[in-house]
Design a binder for this molecule. Structure first.
Ligand code: COA
Length: 385
């Protein structure tokens, strides 16, 4: 029997997949073999989702069919809208999203059907509805009326429209599209793996995606984009970068937006595309402050610690420049990653194996059960003892 512990599942291969390949040494990411840069430059989120789910790039007619289905599924049912309106405003948007995903099967007759076509249907439904859930919850928080989806707008532009109540500029829409495309899929990252574990028990896709949303929320995973911007705001000015980062590193605190489990020797390939778009947005706004801050901080962290920016790093200031509230940064990651999660669910159900690892027990091997009257008792600090 194996006794070696692979801490953090580092470098452990747990399954086969044909959805995406990452090369951490070369610093490359390919969706179904195609370089992610091609998607950043030429593609739309709907086309990316098509490729991830069906394994091939669509023809124009196929893409239109999927786009039409996504548009048709955007609106939430009356009952789901009521749930959003009833949510206490103390819930963070990621908690709200996690809660509302749990309610979606209420109107899906195929919720517990694991066949391929039913899984594609669920992929379409959730991908179409995630932006609506996030935008509606933010409108609820702000005491504003919901703005229904606009079928004339793309997936990315429609999200900004439902959130802000006005159509985005072409650059804003393009930036949101690129954000969604770049974060759509990333192999067996923590949230995808967590979702696959849930699906591997043959629980339903909504339960698996709820697991994924809860996992993405963590600051070591999707929560990092919000923390990146919070850090930039704390630093405030270019002349404070060195002092702030030095203090953080001396205190052995992690700098959000840096480091990666897979890209160890090279930068995360997605970071450069986010940096480019941040620069363009700042130029359009006539204020380069956040771009300059992000570049200077990245340079200093690189020199001081040898760490590269990851996908979340430039994404934080980019979404901030788009006028998006910081609590929505991680939900936007979810709005994008739902395409990848769904692709993994489809793959997992097609060739299922229960995912169930072992652990090495480090507790006492044999211990006597002492009757309650005979126990001497150990002080319990939780109860102030
Ligand atoms: C992503 C992350 C969790 C990967 O963790 P990991 O693969 O377990 O890497 P490790 O924890 O083994 O880190 C290796 C070394 O780099 C350091 N390190 C890694 N990321 C760091 C960061 N963001 N800031 C400062 N130091 C960092 C660790 O302290 C460790 O240093 P040590 O060997 O001197 O102790 C980690 O880099 C991190 O916490 N980053 C910040 C959060 C973030 O941006 N997450 C989004 C990821 S897309």
């Amino acid at each position: 029997m194996k006794t070696e512990v692979m801490e953090g599942l580092r470098d452990v291969i747990v399954a086969n997949t044909s959805i995406c390949i990452i090369d951490g040494v070369e610093g490359s990411l390919r969706y179904r073999g195609i370089d992610v840069g091609e998607f950043a430059r030429h593609s739309t989120y709907a086309e990316t989702a098509y490729l991830l789910w069906f394994g091939e790039l669509p023809t124009q007619a196929q893409l239109e069919k999927l786009q039409n289905r996504l548009v048709a599924e955007r609106e939430l049912d009356w009952g789901v809208r009521k749930v959003i309106q009833a949510l206490p405003k103390t819930l963070q948007p990621m908690e709200a999203l996690r809660t509302v995903v749990s309610v979606l099967p209420s109107s899906d007759p195929q919720a517990n059907d694991y066949h391929y076509a039913a899984n594609i249907e669920k992929a379409i439904r959730m991908t179409a509805k995630f932006p609506t859930i996030v935008a509606y919850y933010q409108r609820h928080l702000d005491d504003l009326e919901f703005v229904p989806p606009n079928p004339e707008l793309s997936h990315a532009a429609n999200f900004l429209y439902m959130l802000h109540g006005q159509e985005p500029t072409p650059l804003e829409a393009e930036t949101m599209n690129q954000t969604l495309v770049l974060m759509a899929e990333h192999d067996f990252n923590a949230s995808t793996f967590a979702a696959r574990v849930t699906a591997s028990t043959l629980s339903d896709m909504y339960s698996a995606i709820t697991t994924a949303v809860g996992t993405l929320k963590g600051p070591l995973h999707g929560g990092a984009n919000q923390r990146t911007m919070e850090m930039m705001l704390k630093i405030g000015a270019l002349e404070n970068v060195e002092t702030y980062i030095t203090q953080e590193l001396e205190a052995k605190r992690r700098i959000p937006g840096f480091g990666h489990r897979v890209y160890r020797k090279m930068a995360d390939p997605r970071a450069a595309y986010f940096a480019e778009k941040l620069q363009a947005l700042c130029k359009e706004a006539g204020d380069m402050h956040w771009y300059n801050m992000a570049v200077k901080t990245a340079q200093f962290v690189g020199e001081a610690k040898g760490l590269y920016p990851n996908v979340d790093y430039f994404c934080g200031p980019l979404l901030y420049t788009l006028g998006i509230p910081m609590e929505l940064f991680t939900p936007i990651f979810a709005i994008s990653r739902i395409a990848g999660w769904a692709a993994h669910m489809i793959e997992q159900y097609e060739d299922n194996q229960l995912l169930r690892p072992l652990s090495r027990y480090t507790g006492e091997l044999v211990k006597e059960y002492v009757p309650i009257d005979a126990r001497r008792g150990t002080p319990n600090p939780f109860f102030g003892e």
